[in-house]
Design a protein. Structure first.
Length: 109
């Protein structure tokens, strides 16, 4: 993908997302943050104050609205939700980066 900027979206704007926000704010060349999502409005607002991108409380709405811009979705939600959110995102056909652990149960992995 030489020459093309990769568009990233964050699902989950909690503690670990802060590092992603810093990196995608411009520290990583060839990458740009497209949108953020969290079920807690205060987390979305805090993320938007750091980076001027659209924020959502519904990841499906975010994915539909930015389908052409998003290349990679970062699942940064609570560990117990990683598998559920990842499986829900698979149908969008994007690359998915999942924070550890990928799942809490072997069946989910």
């Amino acid at each position: 993908m030489a020459g093309k900027e990769l568009g990233f979206a964050l699902v989950g704007c909690g503690r670990i997302a802060q590092r992603y926000l810093e990196l995608l704010k411009g520290a990583v060349g060839g990458a740009r943050l497209v949108a953020v999502c969290d079920v807690k409005p205060e987390r979305v607002k805090a993320a938007q104050e750091k980076v001027a991108v659209p924020g959502y409380s519904d990841m499906h709405e975010m994915m539909r609205r930015h389908a052409d811009e998003i290349d990679v979705v970062c699942v940064l939600t609570e560990s117990g939700n990683h598998a559920k959110h990842t499986l829900a995102l698979v149908d969008y056909g994007k690359h998915i980066l999942v924070e550890k652990p990928m799942a809490l149960r072997l069946e989910d992995a």
